[in-house]
Ligand binder design. Structure first.
Ligand code: SF4
Length: 435
């Protein structure tokens, strides 16, 4: 089988990038294949393999990889750190995809904090923590570069206290008095940008505020490591860390969650499951991302800059005939919830959203992420609409509240994360004690 790598031209927030290669071109690993047009928000795109361009479409560039590959790459040309971060095509690798140079373009007047989001908030995903445990100095160096670029007075690494190995590795490697750690509780959605700022700086931002309103910039943990690579090693963004999990052949517990560091972008989803040992004969769906915010994907899809997880979920149970849906701002969107309801074989008879979920520019944002405003009214409304059960996507705290009322009203509870969590034998999001 041919080893074809696909590079979608839009895998970031902003405008699609412009191809600079045509069919038949030979390319090296680290060679620019599509560029960000001047004056637009975007992120350059590089080949992650040595090979030959086989197709350029309106959406993607396809490259057939040579049999022999090395880790070498074409180095970046820039000198200045911000210039290199932009040239490298680095974007928010936690899933947001916002071009990182744009975040770092405006220096703080005085003071200011760069916060590293090392919460790795989604259950199952564990590649950020693994890299930190193995190479804490990369994250610390990336943070220092970002702090220097924006003239920040302080750097804070926000990480869950339960990750004792990673916390210890960072504490031992850190020599900088301006950099400290902030330990987070183990609950979802601690990794939400405004939740992190609330926990670290004690400021709850309005849903329309950017982190700059708290004199803060938040950078994902892997993004910081890639900043170090771009500035110190002149390496473009061509590799991605990820977690592959779920229904893997053999169902051995130690294979159910596997981390792969430095996976070349453009690799097919099918190839990643093969590397993990092969997909089990049956599974419910393939998810790209984490259990809460991931989307359904296919074996043919490519790994992109924002891919963090690939999960083969458990088969869907047979749901009730009529189901009510409760949507969270920090979890599966309405369309995804409806997709899950359809897979349960249930007709959606009512849709409610958590009362802290408000619409901002077409997306839901939570007014105070992870602090439950009470869900009884919403559950009652769904029952009134004729629901025989509820499908919820709520955060940890709100799921606790749902569980305090729905079963008493005779409504069984399904959670959007059930299939992913069942596939790795994790406890379901229902009544979960905070750690
Ligand atoms: S409070 Fe509501 S919207 Fe906010 S995270 Fe929890 S369920 Fe989601």
């Amino acid at each position: 089988m041919e080893d074809i790598y696909e590079y979608p031209l839009k895998q970031h927030l902003g405008e699609q990038v412009v191809p600079v290669v045509v069919n038949g071109d030979s390319v090296n690993r680290g060679q620019l294949v599509a560029f960000q047009r001047e004056g637009t928000l975007g992120a350059n795109l590089y080949s992650s393999v040595k090979g030959v361009v086989t197709e350029v479409t309106e959406q993607s560039i396809f490259i057939r990889a040579d049999k022999e590959q090395t880790k070498e790459y074409v180095p970046l040309k820039g000198q200045d750190p911000l210039e290199l971060i932009k040239e490298a095509g680095i974007v928010g690798l936690g899933g947001a995809g916002f071009p990182t140079y744009a975040k770092l373009t405006k220096p703080f007047g005085h003071g200011g904090t760069v916060i590293i989001n090392a919460a790795e908030c989604e259950p199952i995903l564990s590649h950020n923590i693994e890299r930190i445990e193995k190479k804490p100095e990369q994250l610390l160096r990336g943070l220092k570069i970002a702090m220097d670029v924006v003239h920040a007075a302080k750097g804070v690494i926000a990480i869950k206290g339960k990750h004792t190995g990673a916390v210890k590795a960072l504490e031992q490697a850190n020599q900088d008095p301006d950099i400290s750690l902030h330990l987070l509780e183990d609950m979802y959605p601690m990794g939400e940008e405004r939740a992190i700022i609330r926990e670290v700086l004690g400021k709850l931002l309005a849903v329309t505020d950017l982190p700059l309103a708290a004199d803060a910039i938040v950078v994902n943990a892997e993004t910081a490591c890639r900043i170090h690579e771009a500035v110190d090693l002149k390496k473009p963004l061509i590799d991605k860390d990820m977690t592959v999990a779920g229904k893997i052949k053999g169902n051995e517990q130690d294979k159910l969650i596997q981390v792969f560091l430095d996976v070349p972008l453009g690799t097919k989803v099918s190839a990643m499951f093969e590397k993990a040992g092969g997909l089990a004969e049956t599974y419910g769906e393939l998810i790209m991302g984490g259990p809460f915010t991931g989307k359904r994907t296919s074996l043919e899809a490519p790994v992109v800059k924002t891919t963090g997880g690939l999960i083969a979920a458990e088969c869907f149970p047979k749901g009730p005939d009529k189901i009510g849906v409760l949507v969270c701002a920090c979890s599966a969107c309405r369309e995804r919830m409806e997709q899950l309801a359809a897979s349960l074989g249930s007709e959606v008879v009512g849709v409610e959203k958590c009362k802290q979920a408000v619409e901002v520019k077409g997306n839901l944002k939570c007014e105070n992420p992870g602090k439950c405003p009470g869900q009884v009214q919403k559950i009652l409304a769904l029952k009134k609409a004729g629901a025989q059960a509820v499908l919820v996507g709520n955060c940890t705290d709100c799921s606790n509240t749902v569980m305090s009322c729905a079963p008493q009203l005779g409504l069984p509870v399904y959670h959007s994360t059930d299939g992913a969590l069942r596939a790795v034998n994790y406890p379901l999001v229902r009544k979960i004690k905070k750690k």
